[in-house]
Design a protein around this ligand. Structure first.
Ligand code: C2E
Ligand code: MG
Ligand code: MG
Ligand code: MG
Length: 281
């Protein structure tokens, strides 16, 4: 990765970076082809209500079904799509597909869609979201958008305005990966979030580290105290789940309840989910 020097703006490359730059160009070209060939597909991961274990909705997560390389995870192509701007058409497709898929789900469920900071910079995001809703017919209260704190760090004022306009339509806004970056508690007062997603790093260290348990319990209590819904990511074991539930978590997401899966495999009925899990075991 080129290191831009903050003072004079020069980017200094070495040979390794050149190799990386070439690889990035190749991936960019491949990505353009993938979009045209419809190789980018949405998987959905169940979110469940902690009290009832009922499915409350699902998060849309991109996968690249590459003809030669199999399934490529988003961590390998989204950063490049963000650099080249391809995330704009990709993100628009994600919104349209996610909203369309959710229209076939029970009326009390939501779909969560990840938004890139690059989409916020484009100026077209609000209209793109409104169009995805109107074309699919999905009611706005069934859409949740997930943003990361990098959106809050840059052009905070205009992004705050956009977040407010989305919420006025009834769309909920979640702060993703909470606890891993720089966001301070004051962001929770400055930005009107509906939901806070506790990063899987914390969930996965429960039962391993006492400090993690204290942090997670405090964050859940703090969010509850200011009326923000909590979701824990990365819930893999019943022990994690029991801890989170007793700490007052609202919703959980993780391999314990289901991996990201093609939409046809989603089971909203708890009995159907249990039998699907038995069949898979
Ligand atoms: P994220 O939004 O924080 O999504 C949660 C990630 O945690 C997903 O990884 C999911 O598969 C993984 N995960 C869920 N439960 C568990 C668990 O119990 N254990 C473990 N080890 N992992 C779990 P995934 O699908 O690889 O996505 C990675 C990231 O890529 C996402 O993190 C999100 O930031 C980004 N991403 C995915 N789809 C999109 C998209 O459509 N648009 C944008 N802008 N970003 C996306
Ligand atoms: Mg997310
Ligand atoms: Mg997350
Ligand atoms: Mg994460």
């Amino acid at each position: 990765r080129a290191k831009a020097d903050g003072r004079n703006g020069f980017a200094i490359f070495d040979a390794g970076m050149l190799v990386q730059a070439t690889a990035r160009q190749q991936i960019d070209a491949e990505l353009r082809r993938a979009i045209a060939e419809d190789e980018l597909v949405l998987y959905f991961q169940p979110q469940i209500a902690a009290q009832t274990r009922r499915m409350s909705g699902a998060e849309a997560l991109l996968r690249w079904h590459h003809p030669g390389r199999g399934i490529i995870p988003p961590s390998e192509f989204i950063p490049i799509a963000e650099e080249t701007g391809l995330i704009i058409p990709i993100g628009e497709r994600v919104l349209r597909c996610a909203c369309a898929a959710a229209t076939g789900w029970p009326a009390d469920t939501k779909v969560a869609v990840n938004l890139s900071p690059v989409q916020f910079r484009s100026g077209a995001l609000f209209d793109t979201i409104v169009r995805a809703l109107s074309e699919s017919g999905l009611p706005p209260h069934r859409l949740e958008v997930e943003i990361t704190e990098s959106v809050l760090l840059e052009s905070a004022a205009s992004n705050l305005d956009l977040i407010k306009r989305l919420r006025e339509l009834g769309i909920s806004v979640a702060l993703d990966d909470f606890g891993t970056g720089y966001a301070s508690l004051s962001y929770l007062m400055k930005f009107p979030f509906d939901t806070l997603k506790i990063d899987k790093y914390f969930t996965m260290n429960l039962m391993k580290r006492k400090d993690c348990e204290a942090i997670v319990a405090s964050v859940i209590a703090l969010a509850g105290g200011i009326g923000i819904t909590t979701v824990a990511e990365g819930v893999e074991t019943e022990e994690h789940f029991a801890f989170l539930k007793s700490a007052g978590i609202d919703y959980c997401q993780g391999y314990l309840f289901g991996r990201p899966m093609p939409p046809s495999e989603l089971r909203f009925d708890p009995a159907a989910r249990a039998s699907a899990k038995r069949a898979a075991a």
